[in-house]
Structures are given as C-alpha cells and as structure tokens.
Design a protein around this ligand. Structure first.
Ligand SMILES: NC(=O)c1ccc[n+]([C@@H]2O[C@H](COP(=O)([O-])OP(=O)(O)OC[C@H]3O[C@@H](n4cnc5c(N)ncnc54)[C@H](OP(=O)(O)O)[C@@H]3O)[C@@H](O)[C@H]2O)c1
Length: 262
C-alpha cells in the first residue's frame, strides 16, 4: 500500500475531486480526515470509505476560515499524532465566475476566484506546514486546471486563479522542501463526470453547442482523443502523495493527456 499509516486531511472533500482523492488515499492505507463547508457530502464520503474497509472521519471546515482550519488540524494532530498530507480540492461554483466576456466583467467578479482560491490554498498549506515542520516530513497538494497555462474564453478570473495557485506551489516548495516537506500540484484534464465541467459547458450550451460536441472538442485536443476519469486523476494523486514520489516537489503534474505541452 502506497500510503499505509499516513494521515491525510482533504479540504473540499465533498466535491468530485476531493471525494475521489479521499477514496484513493484510503484504499492505499491512509487515515483520511475529510472536510467540507457542508457536513452532509463529506459524511457520505467518509461512510463510503469506511464501508470499503478504510479509515475516515468527516468534519465541517470552511477552508477560507483560518480559525476553523487551525482548530481542525489541531484535532487531527491530537487524535492521529501528526498530519502527513494536506490536499486542497476546494472548488468555487463556476456559475458565479464563467460566462461573462472579460470586456464586460465587473472587477469584483474578476478578483473573487483569484482571492478565494489563492487564500484557501495559502491558509491550508501554511497551517499544515506549521505542523509538518517539527517532523521534517509532509506533503502539501492541490489541484489546478489547464487554464493556468493556456488562453480560454469566458472564464473570468479562473485562469489567473489557477496560475496563482501554481506559483504558490513553487514558492511553498522553495521554502518548505529544505525542511523535508514536498509541495506538488495536479493539473488534470476536464473530467466529464463532474459538475465543474457541466458548469464550464453552460455558456457553450447557450451558444448552441451540445454536451457531446463539448466533450469531443476537449477530447480532440488530447493525444489519446479522450477526456480523463476521476479514477485516473486520483491514482496519480495517491502516487504523488506517497514516499515513492520523493523526487517530486515545487511542480504541478501535467495531467492534461498531452493537450498542454510542458
Ligand atoms: N472537475 C474537473 O474536471 C476539474 C478539472 C481540472 C481542475 N478542476 C478544479 O479542481 C477543483 C475542484 O473541482 P471539483 O470538480 O471537485 O469541484 P466540486 O465538485 O464543485 O467540489 C468542490 C468542493 O469544494 C467545496 N468548497 C467550496 N468552497 C469551500 C470552502 N470555502 N471550504 C471548504 N469547502 C469548500 C464545495 O462545497 P459546496 O458544494 O458547499 O460549494 C465542493 O464540495 C476546482 O478548482 C476545479 O476548477 C476540476
């Protein structure tokens, strides 16, 4: 098992990526503490993990609330002895972000995802790092999207938000890797099972595109001519969180199936 006895905290675990990562981490032997802004979806993930023979505990934690994140991390350390992995999978509803041309976008609407994504990642990473530094060990992870590195229309501040998170991954690593802590992001291709991709589809639907055409367009840009699955993304997440990936830090793994060159 890749993550036997590792203690992992996942933020936004009630969502598609956070839930898939929690299941993959647990199936590789990690004790997972799943958190979300609302308790019900994270409780469902925890129940699923436990029913499959894994170890999981759910808690309501707003990943933009510094005190709440700090209190929960202290609870994890008191209960499990340490925190080995922090994974920020928080996603802000794209319906509030996408669909308006930049030329018409309000400044507040533009900056909202940049502030929220970067601040949430910063807070969860910083508070985990403070617990990891004394152990000289730990892995801090998050997820971004190809918008960080390529120009796409009608996505408001989402691209700058993703680019900010990738920059923060590099900077966190530059400061924390000398203290034994790796920082690694994942940049997956769109996964059509998720509500996120449905939200990105909405403006195109209004312009007359069908769901099938939207998926075919995304797939046509990849080398295998298909989109990614949550399971594929989560398997890479488990490997990157494991000691087998000790050579990876200060970078974002390009999981775009060839649609974005390094
Ligand atoms: N899905 C994809 O194909 C894909 C591909 C590449 C990158 N990404 C990126 O990966 C991230 C996660 O995507 P996803 O598809 O898993 O999104 P999702 O299914 O919408 O999940 C996001 C989760 O984050 C929670 N959340 C929002 N604000 C929070 C906060 N302040 N504190 C704690 N939890 C909070 C949401 O809770 P509520 O339901 O209460 O809002 C939701 O459970 C997003 O940044 C997304 O853009 C997604």
């Amino acid at each position: 098992m890749l993550l036997k006895d590792k203690v992992a905290v996942i933020y936004g675990a009630g969502g598609a990526i956070g839930g898939a990562v929690a299941r993959a981490f647990a199936s590789e032997g990690a004790e997972v503490f799943v958190t979300g802004r609302n308790l019900a979806p994270v409780e469902a993930v925890a129940k699923e993990v436990v029913a499959a023979g894994g170890s999981a505990e759910a808690a309501e934690v707003d990943a933009l609330d510094e005190q709440a994140v700090d209190r929960h991390l202290q609870y994890v350390v008191d209960r499990a002895g340490r925190v080995d992995i922090s994974f920020n999978a928080v996603g802000i509803a794209n319906t509030k972000i996408v669909g308006v041309p930049l030329a018409e976008l309000d400044a507040g609407q533009f900056s909202q995802p940049i502030t929220a994504y970067a601040t949430s990642y910063f807070l969860t990473a910083r508070l985990a790092a403070r617990r990891m530094i004394p152990n000289k060990s730990g892995v801090i992870m998050t997820v971004t999207a190809l918008h960080s590195r390529t120009g796409l229309p009608l996505v408001g501040g989402y691209g700058p938000a993703m680019a900010a998170k990738e920059a923060l991954t590099r900077d966190l690593s530059a400061e924390l890797a000398p203290q034994g802590i790796r920082v690694v992001g994942l940049r997956p291709q769109g996964m059509p099972e998720t509500r996120t991709i449905r939200e990105f589809f909405e403006p195109r639907a209004k312009a007359g595109m069908t769901w099938e055409q939207f998926q075919e367009f995304g797939a046509s840009r990849t080398h295998p001519r298909r989109l990614m699955t949550l399971g594929e993304m989560a398997n890479v997440a488990a490997f990157m969180a494991s000691d087998k990936a000790s050579g990876m830090t200060g970078t974002t793994v390009n999981l775009t199936l060839g649609s974005l060159d390094d």
